[in-house]
Design a protein around this ligand. Structure first.
Ligand SMILES: [Zn+2]
Length: 172
């Protein structure tokens, strides 16, 4: 979870060979390639839905809390923080759902981008390898099985194999 670990890319050994700045550019690229607007639309949906959902949920929890207070007979010392949690939930509940969803989407984009850079023959990661020429096309040779695959076949650009070539300020 990114709330706990800021460096999401360090969860992927394939990215260990690159510095943080390059990894962040790689993530920005991954998000762009794998439906950034769809992910943003989904996050807005999560925020709005969880915001609306909290109202009936808080009413229900408030009702259950009253019952529980009667059964267990605890006093205001415990009721005040519980009620405070319920009232402030309209803020923290959508926020937590938003952050968790954003995290899942980021991991999905990174995994998809990494999968694109796998050798089609043996599944070895081709990320960071030196590019070669193959029938006048840019290609990459798998060090594991020796298979040469062109970037066109992989549907990748030079910067997808060598993220140090990615330019621009990382946004994530
Ligand atoms: Zn291979």
């Amino acid at each position: 979870m990114r709330i706990l670990t800021k460096k999401i890319h360090r969860a992927y050994p394939e990215l260990d060979q690159f510095d943080d700045k390059t990894c962040k550019r790689f993530i920005t690229r991954a998000k762009q390639r794998h439906g950034a607007w769809k992910a943003n639309a989904f996050l807005v949906f999560v925020l709005v839905t969880t915001f609306i959902l909290w109202i009936p949920l808080a009413i229900l929890l408030g009702f259950l809390e009253r019952k529980l207070a009667l059964i267990l007979g605890y006093g205001d010392a415990l009721r005040i923080p519980i009620m405070l949690m319920l009232y402030t939930g309209i803020g923290w509940f959508p926020s937590i759902c938003f952050l968790l969803s954003r995290d899942r989407l980021l991991h999905l984009a990174i995994r998809t981008q990494l999968q694109h850079a796998l050798c089609r023959n043996c599944g070895y990661s081709l990320l960071g390898l030196t590019l070669t020429e193959h029938h006048n096309q840019q290609a990459v040779q798998c060090p594991e099985c020796g298979q040469t695959t062109t970037l066109k076949e992989l549907d990748l650009t030079q910067a997808d194999i060598d993220p140090t070539l990615l330019s621009g300020e990382p946004r994530s």
